[in-house]
Design a protein around this ligand. Structure first.
Ligand code: IPM
Ligand code: MN
Length: 377
């Protein structure tokens, strides 16, 4: 346990600053005046690139590497691109993943009370699984290293290593072990999602998955081809518990999955390696609604709760684990009470949602401390 945890905060672009500020407020409200987290802001992103020619300044990188955790709003703006057409504002997220080896991208997909799914006949609790996206290799490994030949041929290489597959598959089984299983049947199950029928690299992914699975005989396993998986996530979401997949497939499936539980605004994520943790919602910077005060902050708030969980476990700090629990609890209550932003067909502003979450957290804190006071007296 530490006296102080340094959190590097990067607001980023579009709605990034709005949702990031909301998450910081919520964490402060959950931990109260003795909050052991110190938030320090650093610049990065597309706006910063337009101003300075740099999307991810070296001092920001150093601060992120040295921090106890990293919190991000969202990055990137369409049209702010390098000569090759790729977005400059994504450097922050992508370089952190590679340079800090944040190999596990954990994306919980859960349908909350109060949120309507576009799928017919599903209610709160019927969808509750994790997409575990490999975050350090796969097709994304080619970022900045692909080739364009004579304006005629473009190549990006998909990379899959035994060590990379093994560690992400182990993580999937560990997540399944800690979980309550799939909502439909309570079975702890890991689904290996690939395209093993077509490409050698995915057949390799599957074979390493099968080898690792032998160490986890208490967990059910299955294989699903990614194209079929897109359909299953719509037709039988309650069947899934933990889904593990290559980087690009995980990226695509996590947006589809988010749509089934209310949209990108409801999709938190935790990107972790052995030494560092990086927390941001799975959504982009949504420049079309930036500055209007209507962005959905729940995804980033839940990502901040995941940060407290990760820090709490890492440092054996009960205060942080309790705060994470409180944030999740209060968030659920707010959603159930109809505190919904425009993307969820509600009318609440970012500020109303954030204020409400914070008020409830403060009330809970003062009632639990007065209870502790009574117990002492
Ligand atoms: C995500 C995002 C990122 C990705 C972008 C912002 C680089 O879409 O985290 O899913 O493509 O991985
Ligand atoms: Mn994505």
């Amino acid at each position: 346990m530490k006296d102080v945890y340094q959190i590097a905060v990067v607001h980023g672009d579009g709605i990034g600053p709005e949702v990031c500020a909301a998450a910081v407020e919520v964490v402060n409200a959950a931990l109260g005046p003795d909050c052991p987290l110190r938030f320090t802001e650093y610049p990065a992103g597309a706006e910063h690139f337009l101003k300075t020619g740099q999307s991810f300044p070296q001092p920001t990188f150093e601060a992120c590497r040295a921090a106890d955790a990293i919190l991000h709003g969202a990055g990137g703006l369409p049209g702010v691109v390098y000569p090759d057409g790729t977005e400059a504002g994504l450097d922050f997220t992508l370089r952190l993943r590679f340079e800090l080896d944040l190999y596990a991208n954990i994306r919980p997909i859960r349908l909350f009370e109060g949120v309507t799914s576009p799928l017919a006949g599903v209610k709160a609790g019927d969808i509750d699984y994790v997409i575990l996206r490999e975050n350090s290799e796969g097709l994304y490994a080619a970022r900045g290293a692909g080739a364009l030949l004579r304006g005629e041929v473009a190549v990006d290489t998909l990379v899959q290593t035994r060590a990379g597959i093994e560690r992400i598959v182990r993580k999937a089984f560990e997540l399944a072990r800690q979980s309550n299983g799939a909502p439909r049947d309570g079975v702890r199950r890991v689904t290996c999602c690939d395209k093993a029928n077509v490409l050698r690299s995915y057949a390799f992914f599957r074979s390493v998955f099968d080898e690792v699975a032998k160490d986890y005989l208490d967990i059910e396993t299955e294989h699903a081809l990614v194209d079929a998986m897109a359909m299953h996530l719509v037709l039988k979401p309650g069947h899934f518990n933990v889904i593990v997949s290559e980087n690009m497939f995980g990226d695509i499936l996590s947006d589809l999955a988010a749509a089934t539980v209310g949209g990108m605004g409801m999709a938190p994520s935790a990107e972790v390696g052995d030494a560092n943790g990086f927390f941001q919602a799975a959504h982009g910077s949504a420049p079309d609604i930036a500055g209007k005060g209507i962005a959905n902050p729940y995804g980033t708030i839940l990502s901040a709760a995941a940060m407290l969980d990760w820090l709490g476990r890492r440092h054996g700090d009960e205060r942080l684990l309790r705060a994470a629990e409180q944030i999740r609890h209060v968030t659920e209550a707010c959603l159930a009470n109809g505190l919904l932003s425009a993307d969820l067909k509600g009318k609440s502003s970012t500020a109303e949602i954030t204020g409400n979450v914070c008020d409830r957290l403060c009330r809970n804190r003062s009632s639990s401390s007065s209870m502790a006071g009574r117990a002492r007296s």
